[in-house]
Design a protein around this ligand. Structure first.
Ligand code: NAP
Ligand code: ZN
Ligand code: ZN
Length: 347
């Protein structure tokens, strides 16, 4: 075991603080990664603050990891010392069930192993990327293409794949009208990816404050949902709505934006139940769906897609001692568009 520096939550209400954790010695199939950058996802905050329930403390969160391989186990074939690699929201799954065999490890019938808050191969709780090193089985480690810097690549491991997967599944592309609700970490990736896929992209944000950024990221249209005319004017305007909102919202109002046979896919995960009037679906043969991150093969496909199209995340790099402030800014909607921790400042 190796002792490494980390930042941990010790309760739902206290600020995160520095600590140390143990990383296991690599097994034959494991890769040891020196973490360089770790993205701050809103899910880290929901989890550490106990908003979804079931959090066990202390917890080291972080599932947008980019770094360099420093050692490999004897049976590792896919990665070598010095490689630029990433780890997302999963570090394991059963690898044998139907979903795992189909590359849908996130929906493993035995439950995927989360990068934090899960149960690791050695029976201890998994600990995430707010730490200097991590040890992960090689089949859950991604290659980061040379065209992507590690800081802008880190957020792709969650925000990127969580939006790429539903956009690919529901066929975003030329001739398809896609709306992205919420221009935060996930939203700004959804805009770039949907645009690169060739769709006509509309941002629906609470205000017009980030309009210039949204258009620069590739949106064709930008509207404020705080303006009551927006929702009326855009009724039945979209084939696909990707909803990234992290707090309670008016579900019926967004569903009415779908044209006949349109789908709204929920990736934002507010803790509280959201009321639904069924006529919002019935009235135009609409669908309401959900989607969880994406499988390992599709995560690699997404990284290669972003590299080919020449974009990563728009990031603001912060020091470890700024994590608590960054979290408050995420909750306040003051993020443009992903905070990324410079893990060297944890050392
Ligand atoms: P984020 O950066 O905070 O972005 C969320 C955006 O939602 C905000 O920027 C804001 O956009 C909008 N928003 C916030 N509160 C709102 C409200 N009360 N009403 C309307 N809009 C509101 O968070 P994120 O990291 O992108 O994560 C978004 C959500 O996705 C979180 O719930 C997270 O847990 C979840 N998530 C799910 C998955 C999955 O696999 N399904 C993966 C990762 C994250 P505007 O300022 O533009 O309005
Ligand atoms: Zn995440
Ligand atoms: Zn499985």
């Amino acid at each position: 075991m190796t002792t490494v520096n980390a930042y941990a939550a010790f309760s739902p209400t206290e600020p995160l603080r520095p600590t140390t954790i143990e990383r296991r010695d690599p097994r034959p199939q494991d890769v040891v990664i020196e973490i360089r950058y770790s993205g701050i996802c809103h899910s880290d905050i929901h989890t550490a603050r106990g908003e979804w329930g079931g959090t066990r403390y202390p917890i080291v969160v972080g599932h947008e990891i980019a770094g360099i391989v420093t050692a490999v186990g004897s049976e590792v074939t896919r990665h070598a010392v010095g490689d630029r690699v990433g780890v997302g929201c999963m570090v394991g799954s059963c690898r044998e069930c139907g979903p795992c065999r189909r590359g849908l490890e996130q929906y493993c019938e035995k439950g995927m192993v989360g990068t934090y808050g899960g149960v690791d191969v050695d029976g201890r709780p998994t600990a995430g990327g707010y730490s200097t090193h991590v040890v992960v089985a090689e089949d859950f480690v991604l290659r980061i293409p040379d065209a992507l810097e590690l800081d802008v690549a880190a957020p792709l491991l969650c925000a990127g794949i969580t939006t790429y997967s539903p956009l690919a599944h529901w066929g975003a592309g030329p001739g398809r009208r896609v709306a992205v609700v919420g221009l935060g970490g996930l939203g700004h990736m959804a805009v770039q990816i949907a645009h690169a896929m060739g769709a006509e992209v509309t941002v629906l944000s609470q205000s017009l404050k980030k309009q210039d950024d949204g258009l620069r990221l590739g949106a064709d249209h930008y509207h404020a949902t705080s303006d009551p005319d927006t929702m009326r004017a855009l009724a039945r305007s979209f084939d696909l709505v990707v909803n990234t909102v992290s707090a309670g919202f008016d579900l019926d109002a967004y569903l009415r934006l779908l044209d006949i046979d349109g789908t709204m896919v929920q990736v934002g995960a507010p803790p509280e139940p959201v009321p639904l009037h069924l006529f919002s679906l019935i009235g135009a043969r609409r669908s309401y769906a959900g989607s969880l991150i994406g499988g390992i093969a599709q995560t690699q496909e997404m990284l290669d897609f972003c590299a080919r199209h020449g974009f990563g995340a728009q990031v603001e790099v912060v020091r470890a001692d700024q994590i608590n402030d960054a979290w408050d800014r995420v909750v306040a909607g003051d993020v443009r568009y992903r905070f990324v921790i410079d893990v060297a400042t944890l050392a």
